[in-house]
Design a protein around this ligand. Structure first.
Ligand code: ATP
Length: 593
């Protein structure tokens, strides 16, 4: 297959923002791709060569890509950099400067997809002293034989930012349409949720049809998409929703950790599927030592504790563990405990479809409790009073609140879903607003006065799972300390765009647009109908969306969440309804994340 065909398909995707159209562009293409190349094509569509949880990267900074463009096109580096600063995307720079005459010289070779994959593999594995130079030359070599459009996407792939707008859900839809039926989508989604490997799902369905997908299993070592909780504004609503009886657990404020213990390894994954093992080697070892079986997957919250008293510390303390280097001292300085709250797999048995109480019993059956290995505190309650008193205990013990969990026969572990089988209730809900929001930065406004020359405010958006787009909800200008203000360009500028991303719906026009990538935690005073914001547009009022009033940055960059895991438009709309005490509208099926 020629890479030109793939570049054309990416271009078609980029030219539309309608999800259905994207699905059909992808599906039409999947039909003609040789089965052996489908897996790689699916990864590449997301700017990767591997599944999401793989740590392997191309290791090419934008500057190195620009160097390759300069080298190939014979343009001075400073000119390339100037264009890049204006365009904000190495892909466009390459497209402008690679002339695309495809001169057939002695050294030219056709740019097939196989050659691109081979080149990308070489870039990825280049190591050692001259590795940066070699990476640059491999890319340049491919650019030499590229058309301008191919050059655009080659340079985008190595940045990992494709900007085509095709989300995971759209790719799964297209796989369903091509190789099975639309009705099979839930099974395809489950296969993805338990493997987190979209390439593998694509390969299975192309080779073996829906039956192959049905036979896909959990594998120890490969993360599983996590289950998430809904929220309700009062304890009486929670107990009512749980039909008067449920389990309640402390909601610890730490780092969610999915731990995979294999025969020869232990791996800890974050909520975003990053490998956190090197941040918690003490916990990994202790869990291995206190597990009585051979293989398991559990979930728990890693929480910082006071070295002397053993008391739970705030999230800020455990956040010190999330660093790349200098872990030895950090481990001593910030002791951590894990509170296990679920077991998903043990010794060849998938437990995710078992009810909550069975999974909970399994934790105790297979783990010995120790100083740093604990099981989350839990109680079965039958009334709002009992729940209130448990909530009080949780707050006294410096937890964030409680997690109410269904104990019905249907209380499975819903991979990749936010549903009412788990309901969170936090101490913040006693304030005006019921929860903090994790919002995506889509734009920035230059500051004035003390903030002149810096970004002074950010345009924040939330993800709409129905449309696959981001709707704006507030302009965020408070809660930034000096360090954050200084740091904003290095956090955001790599996602700068020349124009608004096709994934963003906005009426407000910021000075700078960004690809929706960075997630920040924000609190607000109220959710209101807003004529200037676009989240939930036309839902509550014609031509108006919903906005967050008096938003304030909490100081927490949610790098444990991807943009699609930010607080969704549906969730904010629900919070708006809760605020208006319009609870009847809550009865809906769980939403997928
Ligand atoms: P938040 O920002 O409130 O932590 P979230 O979007 O990360 O929310 P939710 O499903 O809304 O996730 O809330 C559940 C989170 O609470 C889990 O992701 C986990 O990190 C944490 N947690 C703490 N204690 C527990 C517990 N006992 N059971 C389940 N989750 C718990």
């Amino acid at each position: 297959m020629d890479f030109a065909d793939i570049a054309n398909m990416f271009n078609k995707l980029e030219l539309t923002s309608a999800r259905l159209e994207m699905t059909s562009i992808l599906a039409d293409f999947f039909k003609i791709v040789p089965v052996t190349e489908l897996k790689n094509l699916v990864y590449i569509t997301q700017g990767k060569l591997h599944p999401d949880f793989s740590q392997i990267e191309f290791g090419m900074a934008d500057k190195l890509i620009l160097k390759a463009i300069a080298f190939t096109s014979g343009t001075p580096e400073d000119k390339v950099e100037k264009i890049w600063l204006k365009e904000g995307d190495p892909g466009y720079v390459a497209e402008m400067l690679i002339d695309g005459k495809k001169q057939t010289t002695l050294f030219s070779e056709p740019l097939t997809f196989a050659r691109v994959i081979d080149g990308l593999n070489q870039i990825e594995t280049a190591e050692g002293k001259d590795s940066q130079d070699r990476k640059m030359k491999i890319l340049s070599n491919m650019l030499h034989d590229s058309s301008p459009l191919e050059a655009r996407y080659l340079c985008r792939i190595v940045t990992g930012r494709m900007r085509t707008g095709a989300s995971t859900m759209t790719i799964l839809d297209a796989l369903a349409v091509t190789f099975a039926n639309k009705e099979d989508k839930p099974e395809i989604e489950r296969a993805f949720n338990i493997t987190c490997d979209i390439g593998l799902v694509a390969e299975k369905i192309a080779e073996e049809g829906i039956e192959g997908v049905r036979n896909m299993n959990i594998a120890v070592g490969k993360p599983i998409k996590v289950m998430l909780a809904e929220r309700l504004p009062s304890i009486s609503e929670v107990i009512k929703k749980m039909d008067g009886e449920c389990a309640v657990e402390y909601k610890y404020d730490g780092i969610r950790s999915q731990v995979h213990i294999g025969k020869t390894f232990v791996k800890i994954f974050s909520r975003r599927l990053e490998d956190l093992t090197h941040n918690f080697p003490d916990i990994a070892q202790s869990l291995k030592d206190h597990f009585r079986g051979e293989e398991t997957i559990i979930e728990g919250e890693c929480v910082a504790v006071d070295a002397d008293t053993g008391c739970i510390q705030s999230f800020q303390e455990v956040a010190h563990r999330r660093r790349k280097y200098g872990m030895d001292d950090t481990i001593k300085k910030y002791p951590v405990k894990i509170f296990i709250f679920d077991m998903l797999y043990v010794n060849g048995r998938d437990l995710t479809l078992l009810p909550y109480m069975k999974r909970r019993e399994a934790i105790k059956d297979w783990f010995d409790i120790s100083d740093n290995i604990q099981v989350s505190k839990m109680k079965i309650v039958h009334s709002a009073e009992e729940m209130e008193s448990f909530f009080g205990d949780a707050i006294d013990e410096r937890c964030e609140g409680i997690m109410a969990k269904s104990i019905s026969d249907k209380s499975i572990y819903q991979t990749g879903s936010r549903g009412f089988l788990w309901i969170k209730y936090k101490k913040d809900y006693h304030a005006n607003l019921i929860d903090s929001f994790d919002l995506v930065v889509v734009g920035a406004f230059y500051g004035m006065g003390k903030r002149a020359g810096k970004y002074g405010a950010l345009l924040m958006a939330s993800y709409d799972k129905e449309t696959g787009k981001y709707g704006t909800v507030c302009k965020l200008g408070t809660g930034f300390d000096d360090a954050f203000l200084d740091n904003m360009p290095s956090l955001l500028d790599k996602y700068k765009l020349k124009n608004k991303s096709p994934l963003v719906d906005a009426k407000m026009i910021p000075d700078v647009w960004f690809s929706p990538v960075v997630v920040l935690e924000v609190v607000g005073a109220e959710i209101s109908i807003s004529p200037v914001h676009t989240a939930a547009i036309d839902i509550f009022k014609e031509k108006a969306g919903i906005g967050i009033r008096f938003p304030r940055f909490t100081g927490r960059i949610r790098d444990d969440k991807g943009p699609e895991q930010s607080t969704s438009v549906i969730e904010i709309a629900e919070m708006y309804k809760m605020q208006s005490h319009d609870f009847d509208k809550f009865d809906r099926a769980h939403t997928n994340i």
